[in-house]
Design a protein. Structure first.
Length: 331
């Protein structure tokens, strides 16, 4: 369980009490990782006391506020078991719904399951903004499962191989998970009201996160500038040809007008087309620098294969000894 924590000193004890009841009742190995994201209140003190009180609980204290997704990334990289569940610290994601996520993830058909609320838990404006962001992720960033995305998710730990090379301040857990698998599903869950105070994830922060995803994980803005450069360049060449034709038929009477216009349109077209070409190369450099994986290994069979492959930093998952049936991609 990975829980990003910010201004949640009052809700964490309730969350942990409910989590312990649910997880103890499931009779499976578990750990809870509380990632305190530079919270200005006494959230860290509360998290530290809870880590001392409960054996399976660990607490991480980030040196400053890095944002929800960066905090999640820190917790995901600390996880040691084969399945990771993420949930918010405000009790909007009921711990009692966790078995539904794990049941949907059971077997080999899915790698990632989102908990989708039966009803929208936010107001109309925030819900509209959230749906717009998901539409942008689906259309611009090619995240085909964007419409089912939720902060309440369960996924197999081996998926984090897909973003081992991810660096920089602009992390997006759902986007990088989409790099690692297409075996994605969802399950309807109950969402509760926030237990205390207003949400820390405001509309402004949602807009900022969207712009970070657009400019940090997509070369589309560069590509738009490239296309615009080529388009304007072609228009310039057409205008230059039109001026030359006017001069040839005697329609231009101002001395030097044809020469000046032809030079301006010619060199402007060459510059804009060159900028377009440079934009294509810069876009490819940007795409290469995202840290997008070349491949992700879902499972290995045989001790020889496992011994011949260097182990990644930290445990990624369990090495299986049997093959799993193939399953169609979940879109």
């Amino acid at each position: 369980m990975v829980v990003p924590c910010y201004r949640s000193a009052r809700t964490l004890p309730k969350l942990l009490d409910r989590l312990m009841i649910v997880l103890d009742g499931m009779s499976v190995p578990y750990e809870v990782i509380l990632v305190v994201d530079g919270s200005p209140d006494d959230t860290w003190d509360v998290a530290a006391r809870l880590a001392d009180r409960f054996g399976p609980v660990r607490a991480l204290h980030l040196s400053r506020n890095y944002g929800q997704h960066n905090a999640l990334l820190a917790g995901v990289r600390e996880a040691r078991l084969e399945v990771i569940v993420t949930l918010d610290d405000d009790l909007q994601h009921p711990p009692e719904q966790i078995p539904l996520l794990l049941a949907a993830l059971h077997g080999d058909r899915l790698d990632l399951v989102y908990g989708v609320p039966h009803e929208e838990e936010h107001g109309p404006l925030r819900s509209l903004a959230s749906r717009s962001v998901k539409a942008a992720m689906a259309g611009v960033l090619d995240v085909r499962t964007a419409r089912m995305i939720s902060a309440f998710r369960a996924f197999r730990t081996h998926l984090r191989q897909g973003f081992e090379g991810l660096t920089g301040p602009y992390a997006s857990i759902d986007l990088v998970l989409s790099w690692a698998t297409t075996r994605v599903g969802s399950v309807k869950v109950r969402m509760d009201r926030r237990d205390h105070g207003p949400s820390n994830y405001t509309l402004r922060m949602l807009c900022r996160h969207t712009s970070n995803m657009l400019f940090g994980y997509s070369s589309l803005p560069l590509r738009v500038a490239s296309y615009l450069g080529f388009l304007v360049g072609v228009v310039g060449l057409v205008l230059g040809a039109t001026v030359l034709w006017s001069f040839a038929v005697g329609a231009t009477t101002v001395a030097g007008f044809t020469s000046i216009c032809s030079m301006i349109t010619l060199f402007s077209s060459a510059q804009l087309m060159s900028i377009g070409v440079l934009g294509e190369y810069v876009g490819r450099i940007h795409t290469s620098g995202m840290g997008r994986p070349t491949y992700v290994v879902r499972e290995r069979i045989g001790s020889g294969a496992a011994a011949s492959v260097p182990s990644p930093a930290g445990p990624i998952g369990l090495t299986r000894t049997g093959s799993a049936p193939s399953a169609p991609d979940e879109r």
